[in-house]
Ligand binder design. Structure first.
Ligand code: GDP
Ligand code: CA
Length: 317
């Protein structure tokens, strides 16, 4: 079985671990948001690719929620002493090793896809990580004073500066990679992780050609709600949804993606049991919907969510 997953960083990583646990023999290809990428202190940082790689390799810092476990910050302290970089965006020493290796590969002429394959080859992660595009696309946030990089709005301002909108710089000249198009076209099922609908999944969908690829794949497309009982579990999906005028609810996000039968994306949508009341109306809108516990806590619970999503997409399996 071939499964393609669209995912952002930390939420995406928890979901993909569930996919791997539920379907250990499947060919799992993860299309990852690269809109958070940036050049910082001379190196290319790809936050979502690294969050997934570290989590699947089991070397992520589960307490902090980002970066490598057992991390030190000697290099960052030196950079700060020189006044180079963003003092509020600490890159750990082990993490910097990843960014240096990636930058070296990119400077040798590898695409981001090829560089990512080389980095991931070090770890037995059991899935293929595919950047959504090899062309740089960087999400910026429109605030009252102008545009700031997404990571500055997110990490420095903790999303407290009101976002007026999001812009994907570079997106006009970006395209999905051939690897991404193949993964979607040849999948038996396409799953949307419960990642941020605006700045993770939304960014991936914004790459010209991505929506067409999803519309034309013979595979069912099933999403898992990142919103439970009217709130985002972690992260700032609520602030992001507000900025684009979408209500913070499981069914509003489903309608934002839209039913595939009426020009949208979704064949199916899983909501949490807290949102069971939304199921009938979503079915009426042409989206196969079901309510299941959607907390990605243990591996077994995450795998159960994945199985439910697959059953919704492939009911005769
Ligand atoms: P980021 O790139 O690191 O911000 O992470 P993602 O975009 O992949 O995921 C962030 C989203 O994951 C947030 O909007 C959360 O609502 C969602 N999320 C986090 N934990 C869970 C969970 O246990 N269950 C569900 N359904 N969603 C979750
Ligand atoms: Ca992210």
């Amino acid at each position: 079985m071939r499964i393609a997953v669209l995912a952002g960083g930390v939420g995406g990583a928890k979901f993909v671990r569930g996919v791997r646990h539920a379907m250990p023999d499947a060919d799992i290809r993860v299309v990852v948001n690269t809109g958070d990428d940036l050049w910082l202190t001379g190196v290319r940082v790809c936050p979502d690719l690294d969050s997934i790689m570290y989590a699947l390799a089991g070397v992520n810092d589960t307490e902090r929620g980002w970066g490598r476990a057992g991390e030190s910050e000697r290099v960052s302290a030196e950079l700060a002493a020189y006044g180079v970089g963003w003092p509020w965006f600490t890159l750990g020493d082990l993490d910097l090793g990843t960014h240096l290796a990636r930058t070296s590969l990119l400077r040798d002429g590898l695409t981001l896809t090829a560089a990512t394959e080389r980095l991931a080859a070090r770890w037995p992660i059991g899935v293929t990580l595919l950047p959504m595009s090899d062309q740089p696309v960087e999400t910026h946030v429109r605030v009252a004073d102008g545009l700031v990089h997404f990571e500055e709005w997110w990490v420095r301002h903790r999303a407290a500066v009101p976002a007026l909108g999001f812009e994907q710089l570079g997106v006009q000249s970006a395209s999905p990679t051939p690897e991404v198009l193949t993964a979607i076209a040849e999948a038996d099922a396409v799953l949307l992780a419960p990642s941020n609908p605006v700045v993770s999944i939304g960014t991936i969908l914004g790459v010209p050609g991505m929506r067409d690829a999803l519309a034309t794949t013979p595979a069912p497309v099933v999403g898992v709600s990142p919103i439970i009982g009217g709130a985002a579990l972690r992260g700032m999906a609520a602030e992001c949804l507000a900025a684009i005028g979408v209500a913070v609810s499981a069914d509003a996000v489903a309608r934002h993606y839209g039913a595939r039968s009426s020009g949208g994306l979704l064949d199916g949508w899983l909501v949490d049991t807290a949102d069971a009341a939304a199921v009938d109306e979503l079915i009426g809108d042409g989206i196969r919907a079901a309510a299941r516990p959607l907390y990605l806590t243990t591996l077994d619970e995450s795998a159960a969510i994945v199985r439910s999503a697959l059953e919704l997409g492939l009911p005769r399996r």
